[in-house]
Design a protein around this ligand. Structure first.
Ligand SMILES: NC(=O)c1ccc[n+]([C@@H]2O[C@H](COP(=O)([O-])OP(=O)(O)OC[C@H]3O[C@@H](n4cnc5c(N)ncnc54)[C@H](OP(=O)(O)O)[C@@H]3O)[C@@H](O)[C@H]2O)c1
Length: 347
């Protein structure tokens, strides 16, 4: 049987993505073959294509952080999982394919009846949002939070979970995202035309308890200025690595990332050493999953339950067939996408 998968042929722009047809993979002992129903398109996928994400595999590789699919074939020694069962996983790369083989321990059952695109949005974006909110910042009802990139995939997840947690929320976004941010219960701040630190102090007088910052570099330090004493900035990536310098094929982004990591370290130390009890802490979903795999499983089960109870509703910006992965990444790379882009199985 043949299947389609997407490969990155070299580190670079969208032209690095190719559609290939090949023999379907066979599961090894302890593995399960999954027929992929939906896989998310995310900035980390683009950063891996550019060769600037810490988890970038050697080329050629198949991108795709997260997937939801159906168990299609069992390798030797696999038990307690049934053919046809719906599952989710975060393989970090490899999900842009019709079929994927994964170790059984990586699979988390997904209740039947849930939309595959909505379920897959929980894996990367909502777990990131949930763990930053409840395991890193440890927010409490009534606290104030500033969410940067609030109209994006992780940003809209933070807004929905912040609403459930009873937070007062402020969200930076470009003007095209302002309505979505308002609809999700936050006060929008236009990052292109307003100084968010001044705006936060004008609106709250003393600052916020938590800031969620995916922008990185010096932006983390500005975010710290929006905190009240005892508050925390959770820094979770470097949008500046790809948006600041533009998408590249010469891999200068890698240098930017090393610089970004060094600056991040200085800010973490500064947060501890300077007066004011305003801390900067890093978050990485893949690091926490490796350190605390039980948390990852437990948090995804909690989120799937919230989805089933319709307490959260991932915003799906657009659904594309797998073969249009390049178009989907081009759209995300241009910016202005509200919510999550998902590649879905034809039909
Ligand atoms: N550390 C982790 O574990 C982890 C996990 C998941 C994701 N991430 C990271 O999280 C970041 C966001 O991912 P995503 O999938 O949510 O991306 P996304 O859907 O593209 O959202 C990013 C949002 O940021 C906005 N933005 C860009 N520059 C901004 C600025 N200077 N100030 C405020 N907002 C700004 C964009 O708005 P406009 O397009 O309208 O300008 C966009 O809405 C990425 O860097 C990704 O690598 C990290």
């Amino acid at each position: 049987m043949r299947h389609t998968r997407i490969i990155v042929t070299h580190y670079g722009g969208p032209d690095a993505l190719r559609v290939v047809e090949e023999e379907c993979p066979e599961p090894k002992a302890g593995e399960v073959r999954v027929r992929v129903l939906a896989t998310g398109v995310s900035l980390p996928d683009i950063m891996a294509r550019e060769g600037i994400h810490p988890e970038t595999p050697p080329v050629p590789f198949t991108p795709g952080w997260d997937l939801v699919g159906v168990v299609d074939r069992l390798g030797d020694g696999v038990s307690e999982i049934e053919l046809g069962q719906r599952v989710a996983a975060m393989p970090i790369h490899g999900a842009y394919a019709e079929f994927v083989c994964l170790p059984q321990r990586e699979l988390i059952p997904v209740p039947s009846g849930l939309d595959a695109a909505e379920s897959v949005s929980l894996v990367l974006n909502y777990i990131t949002a949930y763990q930053m909110m409840h395991r890193s910042a440890k927010v409490k009802p009534g606290q104030r939070a500033l969410i940067h990139g609030a109209a994006g995939g992780v940003g809209t997840a933070l807004l929905q979970l912040g609403c459930l947690a009873g937070l007062e929320m402020y969200g930076t976004c470009s003007p095209r995202g302002a309505q979505a941010v308002t609809d999700l219960g936050a006060i929008p701040i236009d990052y292109q035309h307003q100084d968010f630190v001044k705006e936060i102090h004008r609106l709250t007088s003393e600052g916020v308890d938590a800031v969620f910052d995916p922008i990185g570099l010096s932006h983390l330090w500005h975010s710290r200025k929006a905190l009240r004493p005892g508050g925390k900035v959770v820094g979770y990536d470097l949008i500046t690595s790809i948006r600041g310098e533009g998408l590249t094929s010469g891999r200068p982004g890698r240098r930017q990332r090393f610089r970004g990591t060094a600056i991040f370290g200085l800010y973490i130390a500064g947060g501890w050493l300077l007066p004011g009890r305003r801390r900067v802490v890093p978050y990485s979903i893949q690091t926490l999953k490796r350190l605390k795999p039980k948390w990852f499983r437990q948090d995804l089960i909690t989120l799937l339950d919230l989805l089933q109870q319709q307490k959260i509703k991932p915003l799906i910006a657009q659904r594309f067939p797998l073969a249009e992965a390049r178009h989907a990444q081009e759209l995300l790379g241009k910016g202005g996408v509200i919510g999550k882009i998902v590649l879905v199985r034809n039909g």
